[in-house]
Design a protein around this ligand. Sequence first.
Ligand SMILES: Cc1cc2nc3c(=O)[nH]c(=O)nc-3n(C[C@H](O)[C@H](O)[C@H](O)COP(=O)(O)OP(=O)(O)OC[C@H]3O[C@@H](n4cnc5c(N)ncnc54)[C@H](O)[C@@H]3O)c2cc1C
Length: 452
Amino acid sequence: MVAKDAKIIVVGGAGTMGSSTALHLSRRGYTDIRILDMFQPPSSNSAGNDMNKMISTHYMDGIWGRLALETFDAWMSDSLFTPFIHPVGRLDLANHDKERIKTLKHQYGLSVTAGRGDKVEWLETKEDILKRGPHMKDADIEGWTGLWAKDAGWLAARDALTAVGAELRKIGVKSAFGTSGTFKSLILHDDGKTVLGVKTIDGTEWTADLVILATGAWSPTLIDLEDQCVSKCWQFGHIQLTPEETKALQGTPSMYTGELGFFMEPSPHGVMKFVNEFEGYTRMATCRPFGSDKDIRMSVPRSHALHPTDTIPKEGELAIRKLMKTCFPQFADRPLFDTAICWCTDSYDGNWLLCDDPRYKGLILATGDCGHTFKMLPIVGKYVADLIEGKLSEEDEKRWKWRPEGRNPDDTGREGLKPQDLSDKEGWCHDGDINGDAIVADLAGRMDNSRL
Ligand SMILES: Cc1cc2nc3c(=O)[nH]c(=O)nc-3n(C[C@H](O)[C@H](O)[C@H](O)COP(=O)(O)OP(=O)(O)OC[C@H]3O[C@@H](n4cnc5c(N)ncnc54)[C@H](O)[C@@H]3O)c2cc1C
């Protein structure tokens, strides 16, 4: 518990978990909050800085099911967030993946049992699918099956992050961005344990009573998380539709299939995003996070924001095209633009790392987003605030605690194969020399660029 006038720093405060945390703390009456980030909101490095993200409530079990219902309500009722949700529904489909079909049937059954039968519908045949998703009339989906969810759709992600950033400014949350917002190290008391603040890469020392680290995929590179999170990346691309095509797809449900990927309706300007689904890529490199006395080999993000000329792997582009060709053969050869890589960090057991860091007094970790935390923007900060105020339920505290001891080397934090490394992938081109990484090494203040 900290006083309402305590000095609180949220590192990564222009990203998803960080800005939500600053918002909730401010709404609870904390008066001296400062967000630090490499970029101002909507942070260009944030996984949430994207035109759209999916949201759904049809996975009913476990913690993510509970949180999905809570966050859907928040998007629909909190006036800061309501402009950004598009509850157009969702098709969640499968073809060959029998396990996936079993899971979807199970989730469908759970919804019905929970009295939410009017919010879901089982789609047994292509005809059933087309009733809910007539926009897929040309799709090659004979034999596909799945479910339709009513309380689902998409979020205008970048716009929502921008709105939260603007709200933070309006309600008096302080900020620093760029080199004076980029975390270099903690400042510790002589006892080596008590956190006194944060030093940023320009040498500024920001004093604080409490520091919250919400730096997404960068978290393991900044503070030694003892292997609890592995950062991974995914890729996406966009196509341009004509005004007629755009109109025809307006208000259509989002579509997800674990076998190919997902898409949502186009923007009003006819831009449509496609993402292929797979287990993600790592990018193994060496760095020395704060708290470690040795270099550690781990997956280190290389963001599109800092490396805008980076391309995506050839196989990724082919997978995106396969998704497009299957669902919209008429768009199959449309040029892809603004292809990019986006980084998340998976905890080994698929739960947030949202806890006091037991090694330091006054450091809270809010990370381990596991690739589906954007939808939690309205509520994740509530749980960080609950943690700070000692109000987390025992169950949640246990689930999100510091837990390096539970790691099994084979845990990947998600279904599917172990991730492959980006560096081994053909077509993943970057600026050609090490200088791009050297800049980031300088920015991050800790990576030895000769080994990146
Ligand atoms: C392709 C793709 C599709 C996705 N689709 C969905 C979806 O449909 N629905 C969904 O819910 N989720 C989705 N996600 C996941 C979602 O975007 C993330 O889970 C979420 O945005 C992560 O939030 P975060 O706060 O942990 O990290 P981020 O939002 O990435 O924020 C981290 C912040 O830390 C800052 N930072 C980094 N280093 C430093 C430093 N040294 N000093 C200061 N600040 C620093 C960054 O600038 C950034 O602002 C998707 C992710 C990807 C990659």
